[in-house]
Design a protein around this ligand. Structure first.
Ligand SMILES: C[S@@+](CC[C@H](N)C(=O)[O-])C[C@H]1O[C@@H](n2cnc3c(N)ncnc32)[C@H](O)[C@@H]1O
Length: 253
């Protein structure tokens, strides 16, 4: 692959996207919340659609993604290869636009959010706030490099809400048995982070070099074997969900 192609944002998912839906299974609780936020809609554009997680079953959905590897795994019939920054649709084409766990990949967030507002009357964005505390123990104790990466690519949720002129920002504490294997999904199941297949389904892990990830995971394995992790995190083991800064941002009518 030439350097310019490797730098394209879609290149990440063209590289890591295969097998995405095996690990990134949509969580039914988040699905309900997103459905409620979309409301009663006929036409929806799902920007950064990936394999189609969290799309409403009873609406006419157009999936947009710049990664062909992701679009090929999407089960829908209306699929468009494009980035959020230049949506190939006329103004007001859709009742709603959804963007789930994708805005941190957009090279020009403001332009992409502007496009969501241009093509749809309602916008529903699910993302997380890099400034939120508590942060996942994995970042604090094993991989501070993830924190650095997240700070570089994530925009504070307050700014996303402002650009969208949002009327609602809903916190989504992550349940302990969350099914969609993104970065924080396994906060109470630390042994899952030992599995390289699971790690590969999260873009953060997939973009860090093995020379950084492997020693950190070896330390986690040792702490799990010795019982140190469980001693340090006894408080977490009794919790049902934790707020790690994930937010559903809703704008428009
Ligand atoms: C973590 S996946 C989320 C997929 C899906 N929304 C979900 O909830 O499972 C991020 C998606 O954003 C897409 N993406 C990357 N750059 C993008 C851009 N500039 N515009 C729109 N989508 C983009 C990736 O190709 C990938 O499919």
């Amino acid at each position: 692959m030439d350097t310019a192609a490797a730098d394209r944002p879609s290149a990440t998912y063209d590289r890591i996207g295969l097998g995405y839906s095996d690990i990134r299974r949509p969580d039914p609780r988040l699905h309900v919340l997103i459905g409620q936020a979309l409301g009663s809609v006929h036409t929806v554009v799902n920007v950064g659609a990936g394999t189609g997680s969290y799309e409403p079953e009873d609406a006419d959905v157009t999936a947009v993604d710049p990664s062909q590897v992701m679009l090929d795994q999407h089960p829908g019939t209306k699929k468009v290869k494009a980035g959020a920054e230049a949506l190939p649709f006329a103004d007001g084409s859709f009742d709603a636009a959804m963007a789930i766990l994708t805005v941190h990949h957009w090279p020009d967030l403001h332009r992409g959010l502007g496009e969501l507002r241009r093509v749809a009357r309602r916008q529903v964005v699910f993302t997380w706030d890099p400034t939120h505390r508590p942060e996942l123990w994995l970042l604090e104790e094993y991989l501070p490099e993830i924190r650095e990466m997240d700070h570089a690519r994530l925009t504070p949720v307050a700014e996303v809400a402002e650009v969208l002129d949002a009327h609602t920002v809903t916190p989504f504490p992550i349940p302990y048995d969350f099914t969609d294997g993104f970065q924080c999904a396994y906060w109470r199941r630390p042994e899952f982070y030992l599995d390289s297949v699971i790690r590969q389904a999260s873009s953060t892990f997939a973009q860090l070099p093995p020379s950084v990830v492997e020693p950190a995971i070896a330390r986690l394995r040792a702490d799990l074997d010795s019982g140190d992790w469980h001693r340090r995190h006894a408080d977490l083991l009794g919790q049902q969900s934790v707020d790690y800064g994930y937010r559903l941002v809703i704008a428009g009518g």
